[in-house]
Ligand binder design. Structure first.
Ligand code: UT7
Length: 324
């Protein structure tokens, strides 16, 4: 029987035009550029324009990823969109993006794992592709977190931003793919930690969209340990030594978390891709946006071994090793 691997063919990102700086926020809530910079590393974030939706952002990122891959709408037969801020309660944002891209074949659905969503979506698409069920997937992380923030809560509204990132993941015969492809994946969830990071609304509870609530310092404590354990598990599964990783592309929640995880794993600073200063935390979009940034500027090249990871509401967390 033919053995398949999933290979990244193209990467794309999109950030909305409007920029909100720390100084802008200091005019809205009791905060300062010094506090935000020292505690998070964030300097600015992008905010979607009125009427600009998650599917709009995801469609641009997906188009850029398809262009980078040299494929068109007729070549995609699976779309997985990781988002916690869908356009509608239903249908899935993935089907909205599918329609905007002019894709009429295959399947499209959303996946909800909050900030870990892109890692979970890569794992999901990889399983479908490796099984031979689909040929070429768009894996998208797209968010408009600005729509679920409580703009009077300084402990959360300074942290998040909007954006989207996407990859084209393609099924290739293992024998022909060389060493490329998704190597190891580790996913975890533990619903006991729901109260640490959640939205206080939803269709079945309040019939409202709700606002994001977070016990930030508690999430911080879980983040470093859980991510480091997950990375070790993914590396073990792939038979890879963590020191052989070329690029560490983490979820961009907080520079202090990124640096602490890199240090714990023994990864040099120059291997860490950090976009947190310019993007803030874009939830499921943060990892593919960082991948796009480091691919576009030529840092990440074909053949490089890339580590992605994230932790988010649920709690959910996970990591994946991919040879690009
Ligand atoms: O993407 C999902 C995963 N999310 C994360 O990974 C986020 C993890 N958490 C964090 O990144 C950090 O915990 C935060 C950046 C959210 C907060 O940093 P911290 O060092 O953990 O601060 P803290 O929450 O312990 O708050 C310290 C102080 C508090 O004041 P008191 O009680 O010590 O007087 C807060 O009220 O900082 C205060 N504070 C602020 N001060 C100025 C909280 N937010 C602000 C603010 N500006 N925006």
């Amino acid at each position: 029987m033919t053995e398949y691997v999933s290979v990244v063919r193209g990467v794309g990102g999109y950030l909305p035009e409007r920029v909100l700086t720390n100084d802008d926020l200091a005019k809205m809530v009791d905060t300062t550029d010094e506090w935000i910079t020292a505690r998070t590393g964030i300097k600015k974030r992008h905010i979607a324009a009125d009427g600009e939706t998650t599917s709009d952002l995801g469609t641009v990122a997906a188009t850029r990823a398809m262009n980078a891959a040299g494929v068109g709408p007729g070549d995609i037969d699976l779309i997985v969109v990781a988002t916690a801020t869908p356009d509608y309660t239903f249908p899935a944002t993935a089907t909205v993006i599918q329609h905007k891209l002019g894709i009429t074949q295959g399947a499209a659905f959303d996946l909800q794992a909050v900030c870990s969503g892109f890692v979970f979506a890569v794992a999901t698409a990889d399983n479908f592709l490796v099984r031979g069920q689909f040929e070429r997937a768009l894996v998208i992380g797209a968010e408009t977190f600005s729509r679920i923030l409580d703009w009077s809560d300084r402990s959360t509204c300074v942290l998040f931003g909007d954006g989207a990132g996407a990859i084209v993941l393609e099924r290739q015969e293992k024998a022909k793919a060389g060493d490329r492809g998704v190597k190891g994946i580790h996913l975890r969830s533990d619903g006991r930690f729901r109260e640490l990071l959640y939205v206080d609304g939803g269709p079945s509870t309040t019939q409202t969209v709700g606002h994001l609530r977070m016990v930030g310092n508690q999430v911080f404590k879980h983040a470093v340990g859980k991510i480091s354990e997950s990375v070790r598990a993914a590396a073990q599964q792939a038979g890879i030594d963590v020191k052989d990783i070329d690029w560490f592309v983490p979820h961009q929640a907080n520079q202090r978390i990124l640096s602490a995880v890199a240090e714990r794993l023994g990864l040099d600073d120059h291997k860490v891709v950090s976009t947190v200063a310019d993007h803030g935390n874009t939830s499921a979009a943060s990892v593919p946006l960082a991948l796009a940034a480091a691919t576009d500027d030529g840092r990440i090249k074909q053949g490089d071994l890339v580590l992605i990871e994230a932790i988010g509401g649920g709690l959910t967390w996970g990591s994946a090793l991919i040879r690009i």
